[in-house]
Write a protein that binds this ligand. Structure first.
Ligand SMILES: Nc1ncnc2c1ncn2[C@@H]1O[C@H](COP(=O)(O)OP(=O)(O)O)[C@@H](O)[C@H]1O
Ligand SMILES: [Mg+2]
Length: 371
């Protein structure tokens, strides 16, 4: 069997905070394949950086094991792990030329200049910076500096590339550009990469798989598609793509589908997920109690009020025309808020504040989770 590039087994980090012990990372399990790009996504403080720092060796786990290409590295010092690390503050040496910044690690390793030169040039070429080798960091734009930082890491040919919010100091446009640059480079080199971000767009577009973290724990690991369309917890559903989450009384339970009562009358059925939640106490649906219906704003149609019993009666709270779409905020008869994003077509009616409407939830794109 092919060895995985990286294994985390029950990796845990406990910090002392005042008089309390605080589990910053709690029993994280993950296998990463050679050449895979795995993004870590979650809100600030959920333990992403701490997890990465343990993989790098800057922190030692309180518990658990870390294996790189089959070798136990749990307590191995940083410099013996062959890991490249790119931070948010890329900290180039300001008094050294681009060439010397990139050559630095190889020189420190005692390589000969005849070995160093071609390696530095090929790394600079990979990041698209061949003409600037004699400049100093202060003479480069933010994006160029970040590319030098990347070249400096790549030139060392690490087994694993770790990146912690590497783009968050760049402006929005450059961030989008660098996203695809980094992804292309990662694929071209076939390098295994862990990439931390709190930006869901970045996580979704760059990843082979995403690890969604919350409060030190893994909520879900999956491809961008799985995470988006089959969220295994309310946290994931809410964090990715700002889904509507509606708590509605269950009227019947089938093998794969359940039905709920629509506030004000009617009934709606959709697929019910039975998540293998890592730490759930209750994953069971019961008639009479509520289930959480997850539906994204782009999967709701807004029409004039009708009497179809599968439609949700709602009242418009606000309607904003954003060019390509109309963004509606509405309330259901039980007072719950619903957002819809409707593609605008010429001549289309835009409903106004206070108007009574009916909502068509696209059932194939709606799912239930235990509430
Ligand atoms: N050296 C430390 N000592 C005490 N607490 C820490 C230390 N490093 C991180 N933490 C805490 O651990 C939690 C997770 O931090 P971090 O991994 O940086 O989160 P993220 O990168 O997801 O924003 C935070 O509550 C943070 O305050
Ligand atoms: Mg962080």
């Amino acid at each position: 069997m092919k060895k995985s590039a990286l294994e985390l087994r029950d990796v845990t980090k406990v910090f002392q905070k005042g008089n309390d012990m605080f589990r910053a990372v709690d029993m994280v399990n993950l296998s990463v394949a050679e050449g895979e790009m795995v993004t870590f996504l979650g809100p600030s403080g959920c333990g992403k950086t701490t997890t990465l720092r343990m993989v790098a060796g800057f922190e030692l786990p309180t518990d658990g094991r870390i294996t790189i290409r089959g070798a136990d590295m749990t307590n191995t010092p940083v410099n013996k792990r062959q890991i490249g690390f790119v931070f948010q503050n890329y900290a180039l040496f300001p008094h050294m030329s681009v060439y010397n910044n990139v050559a630095y690690g190889l020189k420190a390793r005692g390589e000969k200049e005849s070995v160093i030169r071609p390696k530095v040039f090929s790394a600079l070429e990979l990041v698209g910076l061949k003409q600037v080798e004699n400049r100093y960091p202060g003479q480069l734009s933010g994006g160029e500096q970040q590319r030098v930082a990347l070249a400096r890491v790549i030139v060392m040919e690490p087994q694993l590339l770790l990146m912690d919010e590497p783009l968050s100091n760049l402006d929005a446009k450059l961030r989008l550009h660098m996203r695809s640059e980094i992804r292309k480079l990662q694929k071209k080199l076939g390098i295994t990469c862990l990439y931390v971000t709190h930006d869901q767009g970045e996580a979704l577009t760059m990843a082979d798989r995403i690890v969604v973290m919350n409060k030190g724990r893994v909520e879900q690991i999956g491809t961008p598609f799985e995470i988006y369309s089959n969220p295994q917890s309310l946290f994931v559903a809410d964090f990715i793509g700002h889904a509507n989450v509606l708590h509605l009384p269950v009227t019947s339970i089938g093998d794969e589908k359940i039905s709920v009562e629509i506030p004000g009358g009617g009934s709606f059925s959709a697929r019910a997920l039975r998540p293998q939640v890592y730490h759930a106490s209750d994953t069971i649906y019961r008639t009479g109690s509520t289930a959480a219906l997850i539906v994204r704003p782009e999967n709701i149609g807004v029409i004039e009020r009708d009497s179809d019993e599968n439609h949700f009666a709602a009242v418009v709270v606000s309607a904003i025309f954003v060019g390509s779409h109309i963004e509606y905020e509405m309330t259901l008869k039980n007072g719950e808020a619903v957002k819809a994003s409707v593609p605008y077509q010429n001549g289309m009616t835009i409903f106004r504040e206070g108007q009574e409407v009916s909502l068509i939830f696209d059932a194939p794109n709606s799912v239930f989770l235990p509430s």
